[in-house]
Design a protein around this ligand. Structure first.
Ligand code: DDH
Length: 285
């Protein structure tokens, strides 16, 4: 444990690993969704970070401003209270960690515990106040097309390859009618990170789902999987599709690129004082 001098606590790598271990322990829960809080915890880390605007250098995971209205009430963040509340218990046990470090570390733990790659992570985020809340509309709108995807992700500083690599996170979890209005999972194994999202995009036949909900696609053969209009944009657009094909063919390549770009997503706009990154031990190591 870190030195306690004059009341100040300097956490060490071991202290952060202990936080990782405690998060890992509470992810599995048979009473929730497909048996894991992992996907919604990943989504919390992404939505906390994906508000970054490289021009104004506002938004990003630093600050953890989703704790406050109006950001907590933004439509895109519907359902993320589940993940924030889950992590409250970890914050109580380790009160020295900032919410912003905790949310991003928890997303890293969730990815690793769901069979994904190791994501290098470093501490240093500080919690902000309500004045740092970002305006609504910085996160992607699932009903839109490739033009919107580029506008949103270029604003964070990402390129086409990185947009496609990040989107592979939709191998995980599902849509909930009481959150986004959309319904269903993208893959048959929503608690394991794999390149199945890309494979299914290319190999399945997709058609508009006939229902009263928002426009989404379903797979023609089983009608149990879904794609959002923004997911389908990745195979409609030639530049995006090139990368979908690369990742569908090569899970190791997907894992390498995903680890790199997801790690950088969690760091957007954070003024770190230290370079050193940690690679956490997974519970299965
Ligand atoms: Fe996503 N996502 N996402 N997503 N996302 C939803 C669920 C999950 C979009 C829309 C939705 C990323 C990109 C996009 C995860 C991770 C990531 C839902 C359903 C919608 C809608 C929410 C609900 O009803 O519960 C859109 C649009 C984009 C885009 O335009 C690219 C990225 C980049 C990530 C990431 O983590 C890197 C995860 C995980 C979920 C599943 C959550 C859950 O509770 O299950």
């Amino acid at each position: 444990s870190g030195l306690k001098t004059g009341g100040a606590f300097t956490p060490t790598r071991d202290d952060f690993q202990r936080v990782y271990n405690d998060v890992a322990e509470i992810l599995e829960n048979n009473d929730y969704d497909n048996g894991s809080y992992g996907p919604v915890v990943v989504r919390l880390g992404w939505h906390a970070s994906g508000t970054y605007d490289k021009e104004t250098k506002t938004g990003g995971s630093n600050g953890a401003t989703m704790r406050f209205a109006p950001e907590s009430e933004h439509g895109a963040n519907a359902g993320l209270k589940t993940a924030r509340d889950l992590l409250e218990g970890i914050k109580k046990k380790h009160p020295w960690i900032s919410y912003s470090d905790l949310w991003t570390l928890a997303a890293v733990a969730a990815i690793q515990e769901m069979g994904g790659p190791k994501i290098p992570w470093r501490p240093g985020r500080k919690d902000g106040d309500v004045s740092a809340c970002t305006p609504d509309g910085r996160l992607p709108d699932a009903s839109k097309d490739q033009k919107h995807l580029r506008a949103i992700f270029y604003r964070m500083g990402f390129n086409d390859q990185e947009i496609v690599a990040l989107s592979g996170a939709h191998a995980l979890g599902r849509c909930h009618t009481d959150r986004s209005g959309f319904d269903g999972p993208w893959t048959f194994s929503p608690t394991m990170l794999t390149n199945d999202y890309y494979k299914l995009l290319l190999e399945e036949k997709w058609a508009w789902k006939k229902w009263n909900g928002p426009k989404q696609f379903e797979d023609v053969s089983t009608k149990s999987l879904m794609m959002l209009p923004t997911d389908m944009a990745l195979i409609k657009d030639k530049e995006f599709k090139k990368h979908v094909e690369r990742y569908a063919k090569d899970n190791d390549l997907f894992f390498r690129d995903f680890a790199d770009v997801f790690g950088r997503l969690l760091e957007l706009g954070v003024p770190f004082e230290k370079e050193e990154k940690f690679i956490f031990k997974s519970t299965t190591d």
